[in-house]
Ligand binder design. Structure first.
Ligand code: MG
Length: 307
């Protein structure tokens, strides 16, 4: 799902990993005055588990720990797509040039040797958190449609690939619904582009209200074209969602004075589902939904076609 760090209240999370509880106590005592949520782990394994389950914004990591040391944990995090964007700062008694070079070479953003100054540590933590937030915001913008604030095509394509592979592994069904506003060109031509943009926003908000499950993704993929990706969904349920979307748009009773078919704004929808397999590609699913969308257009619009 899209992160929502731009619009929501933001309290960054910092994970502290050290096998010596006294070190953790000192850090917690000093960092608790900052506007951050602190989590602690006393082993590399626990640190890895917490990183995966809580997705912190920064990890302060000891090097010398039994079983899994800090270097190993940092290397594992860099290789894991779920963790690779989380910055790691080493905080350690190891202070040789070789140690520092090795730590930074593993992808840590900073290396702080003990003994360290607490005010400088705090300042560095703040800077790294500010950079992480900027990176998160850019990543979110890159996935968001600027007009409607729902997902864009880039994000949809990424998620389609990801869900395709997941469905193939789990032998589950994957569905999409393609959605197109009827006679949108006429709407734009008669009412102007500002009204057209308002219309697109209203339609996006209305469609979004029909999407309830956390894994379902609604995206704007063209001028007046939307799509919803529905993991673990069969054709009957995809059709049900499509029909709910159609009814919600009808219930808006938005005027479309230049529509060749009635005076209200409507949408046409094409639903499709399949079981991903090595013999198929994601575009097979999209193409089928597209064919159904055009069948809906040809047979009179304001309807759902699914087959
Ligand atoms: Mg240690």
């Amino acid at each position: 799902m899209l992160a929502s760090c731009i619009t929501q209240e933001y309290t960054p999370r910092v994970l502290l990993v050290d096998d010596t509880p006294a070190n953790l106590d000192v850090l917690v005592a000093h960092l608790s005055s900052e506007n951050i949520e602190l989590m602690v782990a006393t082993s590399g394994q626990e640190g890895l588990h917490l990183a995966l389950t809580t997705k912190p914004d920064l990890v302060l990591l000891d090097v010398m720990m039994p079983d899994m040391d800090g270097y190993t944990l940092c290397a594992l995090m860099r290789e894991d797509p779920m963790l690779t964007d989380i910055p790691v700062v080493f905080l350690t008694a190891k202070h040789s040039e070789q140690d520092i070079e090795h730590g930074l070479g593993l992808g840590a953003v900073d290396y702080i040797s003990k003994p360290f100054s607490m005010p400088i540590l705090k300042a560095r933590v703040r800077n790294h958190l500010a950079l992480k937030r900027k990176g998160d915001q850019l990543a979110e913008l890159a996935c968001t449609d600027a007009l409607t604030h729902i997902a864009n095509r880039r994000f949809f394509d990424q998620m389609l690939d990801q869900e395709w592979r997941r469905a193939e592994r789990n032998k589950s069904e994957l569905a999409v619904v393609m959605i197109d506003i009827d006679h949108f060109k006429e709407y734009n031509d008669s009412l102007g582009h500002c009204a057209g943009d308002q219309c697109l926003k209203k339609v996006a908000t209305t469609l979004k209200a029909a999407v309830h499950r956390p894994g379902d993704i609604l995206a704007r993929v063209g001028g007046e074209e939307f799509v919803v990706l529905l993991p673990e969904t069969n054709l009957a349920n995809a059709t049900l969602m499509a029909e709910q979307m159609r009814l919600r748009i009808n219930a808006l009773t938005m005027l479309h004075p230049s529509s060749p078919s009635g005076d209200r704004l409507t949408i046409s929808l094409g639903a499709a589902s399949l079981y991903p397999s090595p013999k198929r590609v994601p575009t097979d699913l999209i193409d089928q939904a597209d064919r159904n969308l055009y069948a809906a257009k040809r047979s009179g619009r304001n309807r759902v076609v699914a087959q």
